[in-house]
Design a binder for this molecule. Sequence first.
Ligand code: 0X9
Ligand code: ZN
Length: 308
Amino acid sequence: SVTFTNYMLLEEQMAYLRRLAQDYPNNVTVESIGQSHEGRDILILKLSSGSSGTSSPKPAIFIDAGIHCREWIAPPVALYAIQQLVENTANAALYANVDWYIVPNLNPDGYQYTTTVNRLWRKNRRLTDGAECYGTDLNRNFGYQWMVGGASSNPCSETFAGPSEFSEPEARAMRDFILDHKDNIKLYVSFHSFGELLLYPWSYAPLLPDNTEELYAVGLRSVQAIEAASVIGSEYTVNNSAIGLYVAAGVTTDWVKAEAGVDLSYIFELPNGDAPWWFMLPARQIRPVVEETWAGIRALYEYVEEKF
Ligand code: 0X9
Ligand code: ZN
């Protein structure tokens, strides 16, 4: 079984998802939402009790991780949530009335590159026509207020937004899945590192959405659950993205809220390693982080279950 005592290779992550689909065929489906630039499947795990009629789709939670491939703690957080939901029978109630869609690694080409060539790679691995540097920042490539701020048109920049909105196959795959399920999805959560922040829209400018009060209050419940569970002293701040961190246009959370109509949209910036190893959280800290973050995910779930 997966123990979260070491970082997993991409193949190990994908093999785990496929094994769950085989072992739990009644509730778990694993499928590809599309291919990465280098032709890897982007796998999604769907978890559903399947017990409600098809006429009234259940509320769903969509979670992704690994958009920025060097942020290695993010995929384990998503995979641990999967393990708890699927393999811990005590959690079966969590998918009785709510469906879960989880993409543990949205940038498989980049992740492979971080394990073989450059541990600090952030973007995907597609070369834009005419560019001298590889990669687009997938978290600048989404098509809402694209390129209005905090994003670069220089392909050599770490925040290169791509030649056009949704130019990247990984971003399109996620867009298409979410649009296909937008009536069900009530909560969107994207895992990144680092900084112990829980951020909500908008990101493209320091503007507050209409439901800011709700986003803040629900976010606070989540981080309080994390802090109560934390054995490593994590302390989160809940804030607007642009005000609490910096302006960044073309991010997933803005697009999901504005264009897919998902009112509850969050990005977690998970804990970091000690300077200068920000993205290189020691393997012994994987377990404490995934366990405490699971408490935060459960708190968000409880709100969805209550409200919808
Ligand atoms: O810059 C990003 O894409 C995210 N931070 S990271 O260090 N993981 O790269 C933050 C995006 C959230 N939006 C804003 N901060 N505006
Ligand atoms: Zn990130």
